[in-house]
Design a protein around this ligand. Sequence first.
Ligand code: NAD
Length: 354
Amino acid sequence: MKDFVYTGLPARVVFGAGALRHLEREIEMLGSTRALVLCTPEQREQAQVIAERLKSRCVGVFDRAVMHVPIETAREAREQARALKADCAVAIGGGSTTGLGKAIALESSLPILAIPTTYAGSEMTPIYGLTEGGVKKTGRDPRVLPRTVIYDVNLTLSLPPALSATSGINAIAHAVEALYAQDSNPIMSLLAQEGIRALAQGLPGVVKAPQDLEARSQCLYGAWLCGAVLGSVGMALHHKLCHTLGGTFNLPHAETHTVVLPHAVAYNRAAAPEAMHAAATALGVADAARGLYALARTLGAPLALKDIGMREADLDRAAELATQSPYYNPRAVERPAIRRLLDDAYHGREPTRE
Ligand code: NAD
């Protein structure tokens, strides 16, 4: 066994169908009396339910969370939190809303109570992102890690099947890369395998019957574990490629992860045999890359970059950007091979080559 360092990240997790009934207790435990509720415009109704539950403990709802946390939105939310003398941010939604809470906490150390409604996993990480002048910068800071996370399976029932599929594979991507992370450790590898297993088992049921509570529970549980590993160990090629494609070419976040993952895994196949074996076992297949491609196909998720807004003319530039600065990956990141990977992902080919 290789040497390792493991740091447990502190977070209180309350999980279950109907777990939102514990909200008042959890807010009290945080010592908060002036919560600011955050959401996207689309989830205003769910945020209103939270505000009504909290009664006088809620000082307002900020409903303008958007993807990638533009600095202007972060400034507005920070200003509102300051003006209302908020002592806690309650973020109900996906990674975009949690990200807005993090942007506030980064400046003010305001505690975050997160109520995730997608499988993105941001609620379990000390990673934040802010977009200024079209460039997204990410960083790590312990202040942005939510103190409490309420996973209420009921709140995920409205997540559309297509978004559930891509959001779930986005979560699986965190776990797969955790298995071959430079700083991997046995605890996180256990969580990663269980996260992959739970999502791979739950997602087909969710897509078939979005109201299936057991399948939804498996997925949210898996998303929690995958988020925890994302927060604990470093990522590699797959996340770098998705960051480049999302940031520079404005491709949608979860869909990009879904398309790229089988190809990034195929690229690393021979360089990380133990991780590949663990991922394949968790997926219940012989080969992780093909298994992930088959899972996406079964779920009716996008398989090709050309179908989610990528232009073929931009592939050279994408390969250049993704190989510009050095970063850890189990296999050396070489531009011609990355260009071939992107070509396969662009056309949606089954990942057979290494
Ligand atoms: P999102 O938060 O942008 O949500 C997508 C849309 O789905 C929004 O309109 C949202 O309101 C809606 N939605 C969410 N839950 C719903 C539900 N249950 N029912 C109906 N509609 C619902 O998408 P996301 O994929 O969760 O998050 C993506 C963002 O999170 C990206 O910016 C990504 O970079 C970031 N992220 C950050 C981390 C981190 O650790 N910092 C981790 C993962 C993702």
